[in-house]
Design a protein around this ligand. Sequence first.
Ligand SMILES: [Fe+2]
Ligand SMILES: [Fe+2]
Length: 168
Amino acid sequence: MAKKDKLDAIELLKKDHREVEALFSDFQKTSGEKTKEKIAQKICTELKIHAIIEEEIFYPAIRGKVDDDDIDEALVEHDGAKVLINEIESSGSKSDFFDAKVKVLQEEIEHHVKEEEKQWGSLFSQARKTDVDMDALGEQMAERKAELQEQARSKGLPPAKMATMEQA
Ligand SMILES: [Fe+2]
Ligand SMILES: [Fe+2]
């Protein structure tokens, strides 16, 4: 067996989850407005990229091989989070409800991550049992992620696009 030096699809997504959890925890520990603004913007960028690679690559690859209702629910949860993400990005720390928006986003993401990877019968545990090549998928996702990170650095990403509902 070839030596494994790259993350497979599920490992990559879990790593993203841990990174964003750490950012939320940094945000909660910070009091300076400027730093909070910076962390919040980073959270939004990371979550937008994560949602894109799940929606474009991961979910379609496992659809039909897992409980598809769980994918539908995940997509609606993504869209719920995107409303807050786009709002936080556009109004930032100047909004009276800035802290509350970030807190609610954190709670939504915690719930979503639990359903994806932490609870019994999670989406990722279902995905693990399929015949999908998670190494190949991980590679494809890592490439797309790098491309989106580069876009975020150079010209910024557009607001998150809804997958299941009218643009809010
Ligand atoms: Fe995820
Ligand atoms: Fe997700």
